[in-house]
Design a binder for this molecule. Structure first.
Ligand code: RUB
Length: 306
């Protein structure tokens, strides 16, 4: 029964499914199909199966609080229920998965609507990596008839920037691809930087694809406003209680397939953008200062702290 979960976890690990939002959606759908196909005979067996699935999914990528928040919330709905029959419990997994997915969809729509207003006609937007939230926001701006250009870094080592530029070209947006180290060279041409997020910490720092903090530094030096487009549920409640967000370190082969012997290669997947570099977090409730994010979370998603 867990075979399908392992398959999805492997796709996430190998970046066949990429970006925090898509990772969370894949994990939710995996739980949903586990519930549909379970052969568990009673509540205990079913709960054990779901908890094992959670473990497998969590270990696929470490820096993905949106996925963890989604899976935890679905399991909490299950644990709260008095039902004993597996079929009823499976229905709970299904309905809570659907409502979480609906919330994600609504959030993305709201973020795009709010963020698109920051895109001025004839402006140049700089982005890094591939964030489905950012590209959706840009799509919205384009649909509203705005004319703008996009500059995107290729995003070494696995070139997620290529996904972004393809999407932009499909939209008919004038797009320029640059190597990561050309960020400063082109920053003066940009009016705005918008990137996605994998995690938001209780101190208002943001974690995103490796290199984002360098882009933020460069943007600050060039006085280009730097925005993060992110669902609030990328907030990691564990950072509130003292844990640091873990930064996934990936295979060295992604950096150099056949390196010389004895060479050390390091390949962190993400880095931390300190809140002082962030003009605003564009989320489903509006544009917030990263300083206020924990308060907002307490107000809007109190269950996350339970
Ligand atoms: C992707 C990345 C994205 C965020 C946000 O890294 O850093 O900016 O995940 O994406 P990777 P989204 O390619 O290693 O997953 O807005 O789609 O959630």
């Amino acid at each position: 029964m867990l075979e399908q979960i392992r398959k999805i976890a492997m796709k996430i690990k190998q970046l066949e499914v990429q970006g925090a939002r898509n990772v969370a959606i894949a994990a939710i759908k995996a739980l949903e199909s586990l519930a549909k196909e379970t052969k568990a005979k009673n509540k205990e067996e079913f709960l054990n199966e779901v908890l094992k699935a959670k473990e497998i999914l969590f270990s696929s990528r470490e820096t993905e609080p949106l996925m963890r928040n989604a899976v935890r919330w679905i399991i909490s709905q299950l644990e709260k229920s008095d039902y004993e029959k597996v079929q009823k419990l499976a229905e709970i997994v299904s309905s809570s998965s659907q409502s979480f997915l609906k919330n994600l969809e609504d959030s993305r729509e709201k973020i795009a609507k709010i963020g698109a207003k920051r895109i001025r006609d004839n402006s140049v937007i700089f982005t890094h990596c591939h964030s489905s939230t950012v590209t959706y926001l840009l799509k919205k701006a384009k649909q509203e008839g705005k004319s703008f250009e996009v500059i995107c870094t290729e995003t070494r080592p696995v070139f997620q920037g290529r996904i972004t530029v393809k999407e932009m070209l499909e939209l008919g947006v004038e797009t320029t691809l640059i190597v990561d180290s050309a960020a400063r060279f082109f920053m003066n041409q940009a009016d705005l930087v918008i990137v996605g997020a994998d995690a938001i910490t209780s101190e208002g720092n943001v974690i995103n694809k490796i290199g984002t903090s360098m882009v933020a530094l460069v943007a600050q030096e060039a006085r280009t406003p730097f925005y993060v487009a992110s669902e609030l549920l990328k907030f990691d409640p564990e950072t509130m209680y003292g844990d640091y967000e873990k930064i996934e370190e990936r295979y060295p082969e992604e950096v150099w397939e056949n390196p010389p012997e004895k060479l050390t290669i390091r390949n962190p997947a993400f880095d931390v953008i300190r809140r002082g570099f962030i003009h605003g977090i564009i989320c489903e409730l509006g544009i917030f200062s990263p300083h206020s994010i924990t308060e907002v979370m307490h107000r809007v998603y109190p269950w996350i702290f339970e």
